[in-house]
Design a protein around this ligand. Structure first.
Ligand SMILES: [Cu+2]
Length: 374
């Protein structure tokens, strides 16, 4: 009976393993590839390459203690996905179920402790595709709930917003109460009007029972998307959109499609000039800009643990671009230069807001770029 299982395991299509000391570790990824914002199944097999069985080859290592850390080498400050692996049905096989926040180049680090042995690290590069568009969206493992008092906020009046992050992860508590810190905060709230005519970046206060609270004044009436950006402990960063209606006299609608592309972002006496206004979609891009304050190269003051922040939203007011300052750029901050790494999940127009702090003041300068199909 035992021999049969091993034979089966040997026959299922495992790609060539990689050797780590005495051990061979082989990864099995979904045949259709990895996709962002859906639960993925990653399996791996651990075998002892110093013990070869004539039938099944390297003998599987059972009952190893294993955990995985998934990170993005180009974005060191991104919250890591940390998970204890579970043994699969087949001896020597283990699995994890990550949800990647967005597409891009990741690294999977496996920490494996064979019974009675020392822990070793196995590392694999992972290529993740952007979230699937259209079709019936798969329920995400995490989502946000926002309650407002009054129930429908009124433009110009304060509204008490209460935010919960909820989990659909089997066996986990339905309300998330523990978070990893991203950019110095447990939660970032990006408020955008559906025509991209209003933008705000706020930080609700954490309270008991996982509830976050903020008193917010919507500047104008309309339909809004609230992007709740938080990292449930070990799950990595999650951007959870929530729609909200705001009452009051409707302002003139901004027509983003009719707006000219604009790589010069302006806020009061600050300008940020980007090197381009068109970028290919579905590939990590480097968005460089030169920032000037009153015509002189700006001196950046750290804001939320970085030289600056860049938020981009697609004209559908739902597709959010995750971007981070390029922390590996040795010349970052020199002569007002700052570069961001961003990935446009789909083609179309995007409004962006670059946020920097300089001269004791926070600036949020809007601009318009296009992501092109490849
Ligand atoms: Cu923030």
């Amino acid at each position: 009976m035992r021999l049969l299982i091993f034979a089966l395991a040997a026959s299922s299509a495992w790609p060539q393993g990689a050797r780590f000391g005495n051990y061979e570790v082989t990864l099995r990824l979904p045949p259709e590839g990895l996709t962002a914002q859906e639960e993925m199944q990653i399996e791996y097999k651990v075998a002892d390459a110093t013990r070869i069985d004539p039938v099944m080859g390297a003998v599987p290592v059972i009952r190893a203690a294993a955990r995985s850390v998934i990170e993005m080498p180009s974005m060191p400050s991104m919250a890591k996905l940390i998970e204890a692996a579970h043994p699969e049905g087949v001896p020597g096989e283990y699995g994890v179920h990550p949800v990647f926040p967005h597409g891009g180049e990741y690294r999977l680090l496996l920490y494996i402790r064979p019974p009675g042995g020392a822990e070793f690290e196995a590392s694999f590069p992972l290529q993740v595709g952007d979230a699937r568009r259209g079709g019936k969206p798969k329920p995400r493992p995490y989502y946000a709930e926002v309650r407002s008092a009054p129930k429908t906020p009124k433009a110009g009046d304060p509204a008490e917003l209460s935010i919960l992050v909820k989990s659909r992860v089997p066996g986990a508590s339905p309300v998330v109460t523990a978070f990893d810190i991203q950019h110095e905060k447990p939660m970032h709230l990006i408020v955008v009007r559906s025509d991209l005519g209003e933008f705000a970046h706020e930080h609700p206060d954490p309270g008991p029972g996982g509830e976050f609270r903020i008193r917010y004044v919507f500047p104008s009436a309309g339909d809004y998307t609230l992007f709740v950006d938080a990292a449930p402990k070990g799950a990595g960063g999650q951007v959870m959109p929530v729609r909200m209606k705001v009452s009051g006299p409707r302002p003139k609608r901004v027509d983003i499609a009719a707006l000219p592309l604009q790589r010069l972002a302006v806020d009061a006496n600050l300008t940020a000039e980007f090197s381009a206004d068109r970028f290919p979609a579905a590939r990590t891009q480097r968005l460089e800009c030169v920032v000037k304050l009153q015509g002189k190269a700006a001196r950046f003051e750290p804001y939320l643990g970085a030289l600056g922040h860049l938020i981009l939203v697609n004209e559908d007011a739902e597709t959010f671009v995750h971007s981070h300052p390029d922390e590996l750029d040795p010349r970052a901050g020199e002569d007002g230069r700052i570069a961001f790494l961003a990935r446009f999940p789909k083609p179309g127009r995007y409004r962006g807001w670059v946020q920097v702090q300089s001269g004791g003041r926070l600036y949020s300068a809007p601009f318009v770029v296009e992501a092109t199909a490849n």
